[in-house]
Structures are given as C-alpha cells and as structure tokens.
Ligand binder design. Sequence first.
Ligand SMILES: Nc1ncnc2c1ncn2[C@@H]1O[C@H](COP(=O)(O)OP(=O)(O)OP(=O)(O)O)[C@@H](O)[C@H]1O
Ligand SMILES: [Mg+2]
Length: 240
Amino acid sequence: MIEFKAVSKTYNGKVKALDNMNFTVGDGELVGFIGPNGSGKTTTIKLLSGILTPDKGTIQVNGFDVSKEPLKAKACIGYIADNPDIFLRLKGIEFLNFIGDVYKTPADERKKTIDDLAERFELSKALNSQILSYSHGMRQKLMVIAALMHKPEVWILDEPMTGLDPKSSFELKALMKEHTKAGNSVFFSTHVLEVAEKLCDKVIIIKKGHKLYDGTLAELEKRNKDKNLEDIFLEITGTK
Ligand SMILES: Nc1ncnc2c1ncn2[C@@H]1O[C@H](COP(=O)(O)OP(=O)(O)OP(=O)(O)O)[C@@H](O)[C@H]1O
Ligand SMILES: [Mg+2]
C-alpha cells in the first residue's frame, strides 16, 4: 500500500517538480505512472523511496511514514532506479551479495533468489564478470534481481523495462503480475503506453508536477470513444 498525500517538491528553491500530488496504490494493485519527460515521475519515485524528502505532505508505505520511520518503510520497498550504472567495478555476484548484506537476507534465501531470477533473466553466466563489462540491458536485469533480493512487498520501479530484451521484459511483466496477484503493490513509470494498457489495473497521468488522470485505462478509453490510447494521451497532456 502506498499513500502519497499533498506532496510538493521544489529543486533548489526554483524548479517546482511536484505540486500538491495525491494518489494511492492499494494492496493487490498494479499501477502505471505515465507523463511527458520532466513531468515529475522520477521525483515522485525518489520521494517514495526516501532518496528525496518532500517540502510538504506525507508519504506512507505499508503504513510507515517514509520520513519518520525510514528504515521500516525501506524494508518494505523494492526500488529500481532509472539508471543501472552503479558499482561498475564489482562483479554481478559481489553486488548482489552486498545488497543481500545490506538487507540482512539469510544466505539460503539469498542463494535461492539469485539462482531463480538469474536463470529467469538468463544472467547466471555473467554474474562472475565485472558489471563494467555488462550491456545496458544486463545491468538493468541485475538491478531487478538486486531490488527483489529481500522479498519486498511494495515494488517501486522507474522505467524498469528500458533496455530489456523481449524475453526479459516478458519475465519482468509476469513477475509484476504474480506479485500483485499475491496481494502486493507495484508502482512503475513507463513511456510505453501499450505496456500500461496490457498490464495495469489503473494509470496515473501527470504533467508538470500535477496529476491529470487517475483511474482505469478502460474508463479513459470509454470517455474518449473512437480514439486510440496514443491520441488520448497526447490530448490529455496537451502535447498534440
Ligand atoms: N536534481 C535536480 N535538480 C534540479 N532540477 C531537477 C532535478 N531533478 C529533476 N529536476 C527537474 O524536475 C522536473 C521533474 O523531473 P523528473 O526527473 O522527475 O521527470 P520525469 O517525469 O522522470 O522525466 P523523464 O520522463 O525524462 O524521466 C524537471 O523539470 C527536471 O528538470
Ligand atoms: Mg524519469
């Protein structure tokens, strides 16, 4: 469960990235977050994961206030950043073990998660190589495995499919569906409207730090008969 209440965020006292944003992601909900470049998606996700602090408003994850109980909130969260280029000098397996240590994941559980997910994402052989030698997609897959190591209940993913090949993208979407079916929450940003359409229970559309739509895509399409999703999106966001 994610509750984002009346949140505002300004950078350097100048750029207003979010203005009084409100939304919730319920248990068992898979929610897509869409909006033009620079609309505030990454800012929202960094606030949710505790990397940034809001100027105003409250953010709760599974009932824990991200500012007041940061460790408890973070223990519930699996976070994938928009950029997988980190710890490049470590080998894949060293990075995963480091993350496992941070989250105090028991050794047997850690091994099972790594074995299962590395096989699912066809990354097993590469784990003994330096991350520096990985392609963008391979780094992205490593970030997915790292984010899921501690079996987090709430997944917060910033453009997680970017750079993934069709098989890995399929596997990640399947994992997201399985996770919400089991009663957990998944919140992810994407620019791929077809992904949002196929995958999500609801979408949140933002522009310039304001929410423009919060609901099902079926309802949005019903309101805009005879238009395809791309046209509806371009019209709502005023980018057409
Ligand atoms: N570190 C920063 N310092 C100053 N301004 C920032 C910073 N990060 C983001 N911004 C500004 O905040 C606004 C929202 O940016 P954000 O990265 O949240 O957008 P986004 O929706 O994730 O965009 P994209 O689709 O390109 O990933 C933009 O105007 C951006 O220029
Ligand atoms: Mg972004």
